[in-house]
Design a protein around this ligand. Structure first.
Ligand SMILES: C[S@@+](CC[C@H](N)C(=O)[O-])C[C@H]1O[C@@H](n2cnc3c(N)ncnc32)[C@H](O)[C@@H]1O
Length: 293
């Protein structure tokens, strides 16, 4: 991923979320503010991506996309809903229980920092320069900027693996912080991810919880793994991490994160989809991971 590139994977996460939340029950699981955020965001996306805004209003087109997506990579669409729902729940719980700051790494077009900054939590987003400036344009265009929201840019690359957290003045290492890395580490090399994890542990003095996701591709069949990787490559990005669930857990442990809990695709499905009578699968190998320093 180039520093000024617009992340298509980030754009398609927003588009898929927007498409799915056109109808209940998915729509009913999210605050109306979140629904409005993605509605505006998809309209704002650069050409031709913004066309999805009107196209996905049509039921037959949504059905067609759902059918073709499920054929290619079963569970991919539902995993988008799962990650947005369960990460949102965990962030809410932590902030309600006394956490004071939010730091979102590889934020893409995500809504979390916007939402919580407006509720009064000091919130930081970091992404590559092209993405950070586009997000800033969007936030300004819709009057969502506020004193608690800080949009920052950093491109993790060879020789530039360190995110200089100490150079972000309002980010306070002594405040209890929720760190979100949703679909971020998968796009970095293992040594880059490890370095960032180490820096987070060093910077935050025993006062942070990291909520992250990984795709343990070894749990997918060869065919599905190839479809997954090809989908990312087709839009000009690359999956680089390649850690299994065990490798991620042991890396977290080795750098000083503890109390690691992993929510797998099947548990998420049981918690949210089964009670709503939805029989669709959630992508195997997808994990939501929470750990503390
Ligand atoms: C799959 S998207 C996830 C976006 C968002 N977290 C979400 O889940 O909706 C990955 C994000 O990581 C960012 N990213 C990827 N490689 C990066 C790098 N080397 N340095 C900084 N950001 C990077 C991309 O710009 C993109 O926004």
């Amino acid at each position: 991923m180039q520093p000024n590139q617009i992340s298509q994977t980030a754009a398609f996460i927003a588009i898929k979320f927007y498409g799915l939340t056109q109808t209940d029950p998915y729509r009913s699981w999210f605050d109306e503010k979140i629904i409005r955020f993605y509605d505006r965001l998809v309209q704002f996306l650069p050409k031709p991506l913004h066309l999805y805004h009107s196209v996905l209003k049509k039921k037959w087109i949504r059905r067609f996309f759902l059918f073709s997506e499920e054929l290619l990579l079963p569970g991919d669409l539902m995993h988008i809903i799962m990650r947005k729902y369960f990460i949102g729940q965990q962030v809410d719980q932590l902030l309600d229980s006394g956490y004071e700051q939010l730091l979102v790494l590889g934020a893409g077009f995500d809504h979390l920092a916007m939402l919580h900054s407006q509720k009064g939590t000091c919130s930081f987003e970091i992404d590559a320069p092209g993405m950070a400036s586009l997000k800033e344009q969007f936030i300004k265009q819709h009057g969502m900027q506020n004193a608690n929201l800080h949009l920052l840019s950093h491109h993790v690359s060879e020789g530039n693996n360190k995110i200089n957290l100490e150079l972000i003045p309002p980010l306070d290492p002594n405040r209890k912080t929720v760190i979100v890395a949703e679909g971020f580490f998968d796009y970095l090399y293992p040594e880059q991810s490890k370095k960032i994890l180490e820096d987070l542990v060093t910077f935050f003095n025993n006062k942070a919880t990291l909520i992250s996701t990984i795709f343990a591709l070894d749990e997918l069949s060869v065919v599905r793994r190839s479809v997954f990787k090809a989908g990312v490559t087709m839009v000009g990005e690359k999956i680089r991490l390649g850690w299994s669930k065990e490798e991620y857990e042991s890396t977290l442990d080795s750098v000083g994160f503890g109390n690691t809990r992993m929510l797998n695709a099947s548990t998420m499905r049981q918690k949210l989809l089964v009670p709503a009578d939805i029989s669709m699968p959630v992508l195997d190998g997808f994990y939501l991971v929470s750990s503390k320093v």
